[in-house]
Unconditional design. Structure first.
Ligand code: NAP
Length: 285
């Protein structure tokens, strides 16, 4: 069994991204720029936002943090998005989710210029992914694919099962695996006899938000197991959707939590910001 080291792959990928940024042409708008909008003061969101801003500094991307109060109106947030859409120094815009309940999150995400949608949330970016022309890919599934590739894990012709069908993780991950010629099954909360489905899989990816959900009897010997979950166990300790202690001995490869998929998400956001810059400047098609 080999542990997939997300920290290592993230470090190597960030070194590569720093090289990509250094090689970008410098114009009057500077190098690639990311704007992060944080509405309210949710402590977890503050940590995620800090990681994103620090990640930018690490690879040489300019970053701006726009903090809006928890009672900001839809118009205020929308106005901020509109001004960032129009700002040529901003190549990527990220609205930190979740936003406070009184705001229409979906409407705000739709307002982000798709060319600057570095989270890959906009339906234009989703459409491109679905039609085989991916541009700005949702960061977490993108990070999962990078991990599989770093370890040369074969995907073509394999039975891949994705548990979870969220717009941000499960669905795009299934599509990315399909693009790489896996035979993909998507499971969700209404799937019957889920263990029978996962135990036939060569690659099992779990993204459901249920601590230690995937047990050893749901996994076949030698499977690759990717744990996207970020949960708390009965002692409040960070854990994943996979019962790592009992599943790991059966796997050929497995991601730990923490230190697996997590470090890749911000890394691929940085990669998307460089990609957005290149697309906007006509450096990539
Ligand atoms: P989400 O939007 O809440 O979606 C959860 C999905 O899991 C839904 O499709 C749901 O099915 C399915 N599900 C829930 N309970 C299930 C069960 N008992 N059996 C089968 N399917 C079940 O969650 P998400 O945003 O995709 O996030 C999933 C997990 O990944 C969370 O722990 C989150 O914290 C983590 N995450 C981690 C990162 C990272 O950077 N590592 C990034 C994003 C998310 P239905 O559609 O039928 O309701």
């Amino acid at each position: 069994m080999q542990i997939i080291d997300g920290k290592l792959v993230a470090k190597l990928t960030r070194e590569d991204i720093a090289g990509q940024v250094a090689a970008l042409p410098q114009d009057e708008c500077g190098k690639a720029g990311l704007a992060v909008i944080l509405v309210g003061d949710d402590p977890a969101s503050q940590v995620y936002v800090r990681n994103k801003i620090n990640g930018c500094a690490e690879v040489g991307i300019e970053s701006t943090l726009i903090k809006l109060p928890a009672d900001a109106t839809q118009e205020e947030v929308a106005g901020k998005i509109a001004s960032l859409n129009a700002d040529p120094a901003v190549n990527g815009i990220l609205l930190q989710l979740p936003v406070p309940k009184h705001l229409d999150e979906a409407a705000l995400l739709r307002m982000i210029d798709p060319a600057k949608d570095v989270d890959g949330c906009h339906y234009v970016q989703k459409g491109k992914l679905w039609t085989g022309e991916p541009e700005l890919i949702p960061c977490t599934p993108y990070g999962v694919m990078r991990l599989l590739d770093h370890y040369d894990i074969p995907i073509e012709g394999k039975n891949a099962v994705v548990v979870g069908r969220s717009n941000l993780v499960g669905k795009p991950l299934a599509q990315l695996l399909l693009d790489r010629n896996a035979t993909v099954t998507i499971c969700h909360s209404r799937t019957k006899d889920l263990g029978a489905v996962t135990s036939r899989a060569d690659i099992v990816c779990v993204a459901i938000g249920k601590a230690k959900f995937l047990k050893a009897d749901m996994v076949k010997e030698g499977a690759v197991v990717i744990d996207v979950g970020m949960d708390r166990d009965e002692n409040g300790k960070l854990c994943g959707d996979v019962d790592y202690a009992e599943v790991a001995p059966k796997c050929s490869y497995i991601t730990p939590v923490p230190g697996g998929v997590g470090p890749m998400t911000v890394t691929m956001l940085l990669q998307n910001t460089v990609k957005a810059y290149r697309l906007q400047k006509g450096l990539d098609k």
